[in-house]
Design a protein around this ligand. Structure first.
Ligand SMILES: *Cc1c(COP(=O)(O)O)cnc(C)c1O
Length: 428
């Protein structure tokens, strides 16, 4: 008996401490992790190893659109894994073709390339741009200050934040940054080598800042005039999070000329797979064959498994009318946060965002946070954890609210109560 009953592993024997030690010893310390070990989730909630429940308003950084452990995703994983998990892109398979068709229908005429992550989707847009400008010697991409485009070497070069580049110089050539929502600055920055402009419809890591309708329409005109590609990074703000499939569709709703707007390329990931790794980029019809056979690839990209999950997510979003829910619950949350900003102006300075992508900007100097050298956003998120909520800091001043698309009104109200309890506690 002794031989066949193995000793309990450290994970079972002890708890938080033992697991954190495994990380300290064996995992590259590139992340600043919170002092929480999560073990399971269900719907809008996640539980830690001590059994404490958290209302998850972070959604795994805008990923878990259907919440945790959605039975339809579980079933899709089971069904597809019984037939075909992976086959490579040397062959055809149905789920990838069907998913590509649905994404094209949601965006507009064009084609899709599948990846495994957002950074990899952006890499595809960078290569598309190089191909596009190659024969004219154009290669440069203008991106926005405070943008975020991923952690690969080219993606950190594209990202308009010094902190992600530090220590990794020299940068990949061909990226320059322009102030966001400033059309004149974009025009002034164009050089003979410029081939594209890449922006997020709503800057995520940069503090939840939506592009203005004038900026989007103006960039489209500018790119047409200068024969440049207009590229949008929809990794975080896309996939219905704003209340439309694409955030630019939401921003331009009802704006004259807005219905005709289209970028030339769009990167996607995060909520596309709801937690199963998948990314993609869409290329507008006239450029859709630029990346010809042999010019780009990915072993795993668009695997039957990943595509089956993504297809199921689209089906659930349609059948459960989650776009309406995103708009209703998102609108409720935003107005409640604005109410809190009015009631506690010394804690909350501004509320921004669309749908279920909301940023709560904290006041510059909150006396209750003065004693610690940790950023305001980090200290606030730590207090939310204590109060039973997960949310994501964005920069030093902003708290990001990125809940599941199927968040119920009662759960949203519970979230407002938790946030208000923390705000009231630190209010001077
Ligand atoms: C998360 C994110 C990325 C990077 O996606 P990964 O899947 O982490 O590579 C790129 N762009 C934006 C806007 C993001 O929010």
């Amino acid at each position: 008996m002794k031989d066949i009953v193995p000793a309990l592993s450290a994970i079972v024997r002890n708890q938080s401490q033992a697991i954190q030690e495994l990380f300290q010893k064996n995992v590259v310390p590139s992340y600043g992790r919170f002092d929480i070990v999560l073990t399971r989730g269900e719907g809008a909630y996640a539980w830690d190893i001590n059994g404490k429940r958290y209302l998850d308003f972070g959604g795994g950084i805008a990923v878990c659109g259907l919440g945790h452990a959605h039975p339809a995703i579980t079933q899709a994983l089971i069904d597809q894994s019984r037939t075909l998990v992976h086959i490579s892109n040397l062959y055809y398979q149905e789920p990838q073709g069907r998913l590509a068709e649905q994404l094209v229908n949601l965006i507009g005429p064009g084609k899709i390339f599948f990846t495994n992550s957002g950074g990899e989707a952006n890499e595809g847009l960078f290569k598309l741009t190089r191909k596009f400008g190659h024969d004219e010697g154009r290669y440069e991409i203008l991106t926005a200050e405070n943008s975020f485009h991923g952690r690969t070497l080219a993606a950190i070069s594209a990202t308009g934040q010094a902190k992600v580049k530090k220590g990794f110089e020299p940068a990949v050539p061909g990226f320059r940054h322009i102030p966001f929502n400033d059309l004149a600055a974009a025009r002034a920055a164009i050089s003979p080598a410029t081939a594209a402009i890449l922006i997020e419809g709503i800057q995520g890591e940069g503090g939840v800042t939506p592009a203005t309708p004038e900026y989007l329409l103006g960039l489209r005109e500018l790119c047409d005039e200068k024969r440049m590609l207009l590229l949008m990074d929809s990794v975080q703000c896309g996939h219905f999070r704003s209340g439309k499939f694409q955030s630019f569709q939401r921003i331009l709703e009802g704006v004259p000329g807005g219905e005709k707007f289209s970028p030339d390329g769009i990167s996607m990931a995060k909520a596309l797979g709801g937690g199963f790794p998948i990314g993609a980029f869409w290329v507008r019809e006239q450029y859709a064959d630029l990346l010809s056979a042999g010019s780009h690839g990915s072993t795993y990209g668009g695997s039957p498994m990943a595509c089956a999950v993504a297809l199921k997510i689209l089906e659930v979003i349609r059948e459960e009318k989650l776009v309406e829910n995103i708009r209703e619950v998102g609108g409720y949350l935003k107005s409640e946060f604005q109410r809190l900003a009015g009631k506690y102006p010394k804690v909350i300075s501004q509320v921004r965002g669309l749908g279920l992508m909301i940023g709560i900007e904290l006041a510059e100097k909150i006396p209750a946070f003065a004693a610690s050298d940790k950023s305001h956003s980090l200290q606030f998120v730590n207090l939310l954890h204590e109060a039973g909520m997960l949310a994501i800091p964005s920069g030093t001043q902003v708290i990001r609210i990125l809940p599941a698309f199927n968040l119920r009104p009662a759960e949203a109200a519970e979230g407002v109560r938790i946030i208000e309890s923390v705000v009231a506690k630190i209010s001077p």
